[in-house]
Write a protein that binds this ligand. Sequence first.
Ligand code: ADP
Length: 465
Amino acid sequence: MLFSIKTKLSLSYILIIIICVTLILILANIVLESQFKNYVITQQEQNSERAVELISNRYQSFEGWDVEYIESVGMNALENGLILKIADLDDVVIWDATTHNNGLCQDMLASMSLNMQSRYAKWEGGYEEKYYEIKDSNGIILGTASTGYYGPYYFTDRDLYFINTINSLLIWVGIASMIIALFIGVVISRQISRPISSVINKARMIADGMYEGKIEEKSKTKEIKKLVDTVNSLADTLKKQQDLSRQLSSDISHELRTPLTTLQGNLEGIIDGIIGLDANRLNVMYDEVLRINRLVDDLGKLTQYESKGFHLAKEEFDLTKLIRNITDNFIAEAEKEHKKILFKGEKEIIVADKDKISQVIINMISNALKFTNANGQVNIEVIGSESETVIKIKDDGIGISDNDLQHIFERFYRADKSRNRITGGAGIGLAIVKSIINAHGGTIEAESKIGSGSEFIITLPKIIK
Ligand code: ADP
C-alpha cells in the first residue's frame, strides 16, 4: 500500500503524541497514586492523633470528660472519614460516633467504598479500626480512643475530584497536542511534498524532451534543495547538449552546402555543355572536394579527441627540436609573402603524444601566418620550468576583437566569415588544438588586440596522466 508523505508524517506525529500522552498518563497516575496513598494514610493518622490530643487537653482543663466537646471533635473527625469512639479506663463508653449518628457513619463508609470502587473496579476494602491511648501531660493514661475508617485507605470526594481533574487535564493536553501535531504534520509534509511534486513534473518533462524552465521551489531542507538543484542542472546540461547537437548539425550542413553547391553548379554546367571541361575547371572542383574531405576529416578528429576514452600515444621527445623542424617547413612558404618566423627556446624534453602536439604546432603556426599581413612576423617561444612547459605563438597580424576572442576555440567559429572562406578554414582548427591540449591536461589561452596581433599561450604539465 502506498501512502503520501502527508499521511505518513501526520500519522507518525499522531502516533508519537498518543504514545507520549499515554505514557505520561500511566506514569502520572502511578506516581500520583503512591504519593496520594501515603498522603491519605499519614493524614488519617495525623487526624486521629490530633483528635486524641484535643480530647486529652480538654480532659485536663475540664478535669473530666467534656462530652459536648468530644462530640464536636468526633463530628469533625467524621467529616474526615474517621469514626471516633472514646472510652474511660473501665471501658465505659464516653462518646461513640456510631451511637451518636449511626446513619451518618454508615453513609460515610458507603460513600468511601463507592469512591474507591469508582476508581478501582476490583477494590476490596472494609471497615478497620485503630486504637490510641488518651494520656495526660504526665503520661498517665486517661482512657482509650478508637478510630474506625474505611481501610486500608480511602479517597474522599475532594481527593477523587483532584485525581480526576489531573487525568482529564492530561487527556485534553493529549487532544490539543494531537491537533497541533496534525497541523504541523500537514505544514511540514506540504513543505516537503510540494518541491518533490515539482521535481516529479520536471523529470517527466525532461523524459519528454522538454528541458526549458527551472524548478523555482525554494526549500530549506538540505536534501530537497540538493535534489532541486541537481534536477535543474540536469535539465540545463541536457538543454546545452541538445542546443550543441542542433547547432552542430546546422553548422555541418552549412559548411558542406557551399562546396557542394559549387560542385553541383559546375557539374550541371558541364553536363548542359555551358561550361567547358578544362584543367582549370577540374582544379576548382578538386579544391571543393578537398575542402569537403578536410572538413569531414577534421570533424572526425574532433569527435575522437573529445571522446572520454581518447588514448594518447605518449613518448619522450624534445619539443624544441620538433617545433624547429615544423618551422623549417613553413619558412619557404612564409618567405614568399615576406613573413618571418622566429623561434626561441632551449632543449625541452617532454612526455606527450608527439603526432598530436605536431598537429597543434602546425595549426598554430599556419593560423599565425594566415592572419598576418605581408612583412609580418611570427615569434615562437618554448619556456620550460620544473612543473610545466609553456609554448608561446605570437604574431603581429590582424588581431581578434574581444567579442570574438571568447569564441575562437568553439567549433565552426570564425571571426570574419567571408575572409575565412577565402583563407580556407572552417573554424575547427582551434577546437581541435584545444581538445588535444586538454587531453594532455594542459590549457590554451589567447590574448589579442585588433590590428596589433595575437598571442596564444599553451601550457602543458610536465607530468601527464
Ligand atoms: P580556421 O580553420 O577558420 O582558421 P580556427 O579554429 O583555427 O579556424 O580559428 C578560428 C578563428 O579564430 C579564425 O577563423 C580566425 O578568425 C581566428 N583566429 C585564429 N588564429 C588567429 C590569429 N593568429 N590571428 C587572428 N585571428 C585568428
